[in-house]
Ligand binder design. Structure first.
Ligand SMILES: [Fe+2]
Ligand SMILES: [Fe+2]
Length: 494
C-alpha cells in the first residue's frame, strides 16, 4: 500500500467544536454527500429537462440551503480519501459509505477537489451546475477552470469549484480501475455492519431478517482473510463508527475468522464460524436499550436479564430458517460465548460440559474487542497491549491457553494499532504483524511524524529491516498511550 505525505489539511474554522456540534454537522454532512451522490447518478440517466429530476434537485437544494443558512457558506472538499465540510472532516456513517465512495470517485475522475456554495442556491443554477459537472471530460487537467467558465456563462456566481489537490504518488492510485484489497475490505466491513444492523433491528421488531446477505458477506470476508488477513484485522481498529453492538459483532467475526484460518478450518467451517461470531450477541436484541446502554453499574435484576442473552441468542438462531441447515456447532457457539475455561461465567450449567471450540474462539475475540473499545461506562478503553496483558494474566482460568497463544500470534506481541516508541525516538503505530512467528516483536510500523503545520507525515517501515552491518534499523522501546498523545489510531486504518 502506498503511504504518502498528507496534503495540507484545511484549517479548522473552529478549533474546538463540541461533541454535539460535531455530531450535528456530521449528520448534515452525511446527508449532503448522500443527496449529492443521488443527484449525480440521476443526472447521468436523465437529461436536464426531465421532470423525474425535480424531486432530487429540490431535496439537494433543501440540504445545501439549510447548511448555508447555518454557516453562511458551504464548502465540500476532498482531501485524500476524506471529505471535509467547511473544514471539518466528515466521518461517514455505515449507510453513507456507498455515497462517499461514489462521490469521491466521480470527483477524482474529473479532477475536481472542492465545491463551494457561497450563498443560497436556486433550482436553475443547480441544474446548470450539475450537468456541467457530469459532462466534464475525465482526467482533464483544466476541468476546474472550464467549469468555472461555464458557470460564469450562465451568470452563476454563487457556486465555485477548485481543482483536486493531488498528493504525490496518489495519481496512479485513483486512476487504477481495479479495486485493491483494501477497498474491498472497507466495502465488506461497512456492508457487514449495515447488514447486521438491519438483522438486529428486524429481530427486535419481530420481523423477517435476511440472513442470506450476512452469509454472502461472511464468505467474501473469508476470501479476503485467506488472502491477506491484515486488511480486515486493521479495520477492527475503527471502533466508534456506529452503535457498539454492530461494530463489535463484525470485529469479533474478523478475529474469529483469523483464528479459524490459523487452525486450518475449511471454508465451510469458517463460514459457520463467521456467522456464529456475527450473531453471537443477537440475544441482546431482546434486552431493553436502557440496560444495554446504562452508564452505571447494573442492578442485580438487570444483570440477571443481561446474562440471559446467550440463551435468547440460541432461540433466535434456531428460528432463523434461511440459515438452512443449522449446524449444532453454531448454536452451541452462541450459547457458550460467555462460559469461561473453568466453566465459570454464564449461563449457569447444571451439568458439566466442555466449552465448544466455537465458543472458546468467540470468547477470546469478544473479550479483546470489548476491552479495547470505548464504552459508555468506560470512555477510555484498555490499549491493545493492556488488554492482552489482562487476558494473559487470566489465562487458564478464563481462556483456552492454546487459542490465546494463537490469538497473540495474530495480533502480535505489540498488537495491531498499538502506539509505540522506537529506539530512534520516533513514534509509530503497529500496522501489520509479521507473518513469521519468529518476528512477533518486529511488526510493520507506520511512522507518525507531526509536521510544523500540525499535519502528519507517514511512512511505513519494516522492523525486520537491517543496515549493512546487520543491525536492526529500528526496534520498539515501549508502547505509549494514544489517548495521552491525542492520536486517533482508527484514522490510520481507513
Ligand atoms: Fe455476549
Ligand atoms: Fe459480545
Amino acid at each position: 500500500m502506498e503511504i504518502t505525505p498528507s496534503p495540507t489539511p484545511p484549517k479548522k474554522a473552529n478549533p474546538k467544536p463540541t461533541d454535539a456540534m460535531e455530531a450535528e454537522l456530521s449528520k448534515l454532512g452525511n446527508n449532503l454527500v448522500t443527496k449529492f451522490h443521488v443527484l449525480m447518478r440521476i443526472s447521468q440517466i436523465y437529461d436536464s429537462k426531465n421532470v423525474a429530476l425535480n424531486q432530487f434537485i429540490n431535496e439537494f437544494l433543501e440540504t445545501i440551503n439549510t447548511l448555508i443558512k447555518r454557516s453562511g457558506v458551504l464548502s465540500l472538499k476532498i482531501v485524500r480519501e476524506d471529505f471535509y465540510l467547511n473544514d471539518q472532516r466528515l466521518r461517514y456513517s455505515v449507510e453513507g459509505f456507498t455515497s462517499f465512495k461514489y462521490l469521491s470517485t466521480q470527483w477524482k475522475k474529473r479532477l475536481i477537489g472542492e465545491v463551494i456554495f457561497k450563498n443560497v442556491v436556486g433550482e436553475e443554477m443547480l441544474r446548470h451546475f450539475i450537468y456541467a459537472f457530469i459532462n466534464l471530460e475525465e482526467g482533464h487537467d483544466e476541468n476546474a477552470d472550464l467549469l468555472k467558465k461555464q458557470l460564469e456563462s450562465h451568470q452563476i456566481t454563487t457556486i465555485d469549484v477548485n481543482p483536486l489537490e493531488i498528493v504525490e504518488g496518489e495519481e496512479e492510485a485513483f486512476t487504477l480501475q481495479k479495486e485493491d484489497h483494501r477497498e474491498v475490505g472497507k466495502k465488506i466491513f461497512f456492508e457487514t455492519i449495515g447488514t447486521i444492523k438491519d438483522v438486529i433491528t428486524n429481530i427486535k421488531g419481530n420481523q423477517h431478517a435476511d440472513i442470506r446477505k450476512l452469509k454472502r458477506l461472511a464468505q467474501k470476508a473469508i476470501h479476503l482473510v485467506i488472502e491477506d488477513e491484515s486488511i480486515l484485522l486493521g479495520m477492527t481498529m475503527i471502533k466508534n463508527y456506529d452503535e457498539y453492538t454492530f461494530n463489535h459483532s463484525v470485529n469479533v467475526s474478523i478475529y474469529a475468522l483469523a483464528i479459524g484460518k490459523r487452525l486450518g478450518f475449511s471454508k465451510k467451517i469458517l463460514t459457520e464460524l463467521g456467522i456464529t461470531a456475527l450473531l453471537h450477541d443477537i440475544g441482546k436484541s431482546k434486552i431493553p436499550r436502557e440496560i444495554l446502554n446504562k452508564p452505571a453499574r447494573l442492578s442485580t435484576e438487570e444483570w440477571e436479564m443481561m446474562k440471559k442473552h446467550p440463551l435468547m441468542g440460541v432461540e433466535i438462531v434456531l428460528n432463523l430458517k434461511q440459515l438452512g441447515e443449522i449446524n449444532p456447532r453454531m448454536v452451541v457457539g452462541v450459547f457458550d460465548h460467555h462460559l469461561m475455561n473453568d466453566l465459570s461465567g454464564y449461563p449457569k450449567l447444571f451439568l458439566k460440559k466442555e466449552v465448544s471450540l466455537f465458543g472458546r474462539i468467540i470468547q477470546i475475540a469478544d473479550s479483546y474487542d470489548a476491552m479495547t473499545t470505548p464504552r459508555i461506562y468506560k470512555k477510555i478503553p484498555y490499549t491493545p497491549e493492556q488488554a492482552l496483558a489482562i487476558m494473559l494474566r487470566e489465562k487458564e482460568v478464563h481462556f483456552d491457553p492454546l487459542l490465546l497463544k494463537i490469538f497473540i500470534g495474530l495480533v502480535g506481541i505489540y498488537p495491531l494499532g498499538s502506539l509505540v516508541l522506537l529506539n530512534t525516538h520516533e513514534i509509530g503505530i503497529v500496522y501489520k504483524s509479521s507473518h513469521d512467528p519468529q518476528w512477533l516483536d518486529r511488526p510493520v510500523v507506520l511512522l507518525v511524524d507531526r509536521d510544523a503545520g500540525g499535519g502528519a507525515t507517514k511512512e511505513l517501515i519494516d522492523l525486520t529491516d537491517t543496515d549493512k552491518a546487520g543491525n536492526y534499523k529500528w526496534s520498539i522501546v515501549k508502547t505509549l498511550d494514544p489517548y495521552k498523545y491525542h492520536i486517533d489510531i482508527a484514522k490510520y486504518f481507513l
